[in-house]
Design a protein around this ligand. Structure first.
Ligand SMILES: *[C@@H]1O[C@H](CO)[C@@H](O)[C@H](O)[C@H]1NC(C)=O
Ligand SMILES: *[C@@H]1O[C@H](CO)[C@@H](O)[C@H](O)[C@H]1NC(C)=O
Ligand SMILES: *[C@@H]1O[C@H](CO)[C@@H](O)[C@H](O)[C@H]1NC(C)=O
Ligand SMILES: *[C@@H]1O[C@H](CO)[C@@H](O)[C@H](O)[C@H]1NC(C)=O
Length: 337
C-alpha cells in the first residue's frame, strides 16, 4: 500500500521556475520528475480551436441518449458528479452541445483558451496528468490535453471528421526515474520515440499539435495520415504543425494516480475532481442522424470517450502492439515542410 502524504513542491530546481509557481501540493505517488519532464505543446499558428476548460464542456452541453435528454441528471453537473451519468445510459450518454455542432455563428466556447505568454490557459484547466506505477521501477505518466472542438480534415474539398470534445495525449514511460520513451497520440493511432530522439526544451519534450485535429507530432511540418480502416493513398489527408503558440499544460492541470489493478483514480491533492474520470459516456455530440458519408466518413462525427479508455494499462509505451519505438524523430510517416 502506498502512502498519500502530501508534500509541498519546495525542493524545486532553480532552472525550472515553472514548478515553483505551481504553488500546490502533490502526493508522494506523483514523482517530481513527472512534472519536470512534462511535454510542452506547440499549438498551430492558424488553429482557432485552443485547449479548453474541462468543466466548461459540462456547462455548455446537456447529457443525451439517442438525442433525447435524460432525466435524473445531477444539477449542476460537475467534474465531481459526472460519473452519475453511468447509471443513466452508460456508454450511450453524449454530452450534447446546447447550440448544435453546425450552429451559426459558431459558439465561442468551441475556441477554448489561447495560452498566455507564459503558456497558461488562464482561468481554465485543459490538462490532466495521470500517473501509473507499473512496478517498483516503471512509471507511466500520461499527459492528457482537452480541446472543446476538433476540426477535421478536407478530402477533395469536402470536410469531414469534425467533432465536439477532443482528447489527445502524450505518455512518457520512466524507468527508475529516467525517461525512456514517449508516445504521441495521432487520430486512432500515434507514434512512439525514444526520449533521446524527442526534440526538447531542457528536459521537456515538444509535442506539435496539428491544426484543427490536435494530433500530436514530434516535429513541425506536414504529416500525412490515413483514415483508420481506409487505405487511402499517402498524402491524401494531411495534418499541419508549426511553432505557433507554446502551451505549458502543467501550469493548469489536474493531477492523479491510477491503479491498474483496482481501476481507481485518486487525486494527488484534495482539490482536484475525480468523478469525471469514471465517465463511460462521450465528451461531445453523437453523430447526427442521417449524416451523409463519403468514403465511409461523415463531416460531423461522434465525440470521443475520455482518458480511461486510452489504454492506461500498457505493456509498452504504445497502446497496442506491435510497438515500434523510433530512435530518430524524423523517421516514420512525417514529411518535412
Ligand atoms: C493497487 O491497489 C491494490 C489493491 O488495493 C494494492 O494492493 C496495490 O498496491 C495498488 N497499486 C499501486 C501501484 O498503488
Ligand atoms: C433513437 O431515436 C429514434 C427516433 O426517435 C428511434 O427511431 C430509434 O429507434 C432510437 N434508437 C434507439 C437505439 O433507441
Ligand atoms: C458501462 O460501460 C462500461 C465501459 O464501456 C462497461 O465496461 C460496462 O460493462 C457498462 N455497464 C453496463 C451495466 O452496461
Ligand atoms: C480570470 O478570472 C478572474 C476572476 O473571475 C477575472 O477577473 C479575470 O478577468 C479572468 N481572466 C481571464 C483572462 O479571463
Amino acid at each position: 500500500m502506498r502512502c498519500f502524504i502530501s508534500v509541498a513542491l519546495v525542493t524545486l530546481s532553480t532552472t525550472q521556475p515553472v514548478w515553483a509557481s505551481l504553488g500546490d501540493t502533490v502526493s508522494t505517488d506523483v514523482p517530481q520528475y513527472v512534472l519536470e519532464y512534462a511535454p510542452l505543446v506547440w499549438l498551430h499558428s492558424e488553429d482557432t480551436y485552443m485547449p479548453s476548460d474541462i468543466q466548461q464542456q459540462l456547462d455548455h452541453t446537456r447529457p443525451m441518449v439517442n438525442w433525447t435528454s435524460i432525466s435524473g441528471v445531477p444539477s449542476p453537473l460537475t467534474l465531481n458528479n459526472l460519473d452519475a451519468l453511468n447509471n443513466l445510459g452508460n456508454e450511450s450518454v453524449y454530452l450534447t452541445s446546447l447550440e448544435g455542432i453546425e450552429a451559426s455563428p459558431e459558439p465561442a466556447w468551441f475556441r477554448g483558451i489561447g495560452p498566455d505568454p507564459e503558456g497558461r490557459t488562464v482561468n481554465g484547466t485543459a490538462s490532466a496528468i495521470i500517473v501509473v506505477h507499473r512496478d517498483d521501477t516503471t512509471v507511466d505518466a500520461f499527459y492528457f490535453y482537452f480541446y472543446a472542438f476538433n476540426k477535421g480534415g478536407k478530402v477533395l474539398g469536402l470536410e469531414f471528421g469534425d467533432h465536439i470534445g477532443d482528447w489527445e495525449h502524450n505518455m512518457i514511460r520512466f524507468a527508475s526515474g529516467k525517461p525512456d520513451a514517449i508516445w504521441y497520440s495521432q487520430h486512432a493511432r500515434g507514434q512512439a520515440f525514444t526520449y533521446n530522439a524527442a526534440e526538447k526544451k531542457g528536459k521537456r519534450p515538444y509535442a506539435y499539435s496539428a491544426r484543427g485535429t490536435h494530433a500530436n507530432y514530434a516535429i513541425e511540418g506536414t504529416h500525412d495520415h490515413t483514415i483508420p480502416g481506409l487505405n487511402l493513398p499517402a498524402g491524401f489527408l494531411m495534418d499541419y504543425t508549426d511553432r505557433g503558440v507554446l502551451w505549458d499544460p502543467v501550469l493548469n492541470a489536474y493531477i492523479y494516480t491510477y491503479n491498474t489493478t483496482t481501476g481507481v483514480f485518486q487525486a494527488a491533492n484534495s482539490n482536484d475532481p475525480v468523478g469525471w474520470l469514471n465517465l463511460n459516456g462521450k465528451w461531445g455530440d453523437d453523430q447526427p442522424p442521417n449524416e451523409p458519408e463519403i468514403f465511409g466518413e461523415a463531416k460531423n462525427v461522434a465525440g470521443p470517450n475520455g482518458p480511461k479508455f486510452k489504454h492506461l494499462d500498457r505493456d509498452t509505451v504504445c497502446p497496442s502492439k506491435p510497438c515500434i519505438v523510433l530512435p530518430v524523430r524524423t523517421f516514420g510517416k512525417e514529411v518535412p515542410s
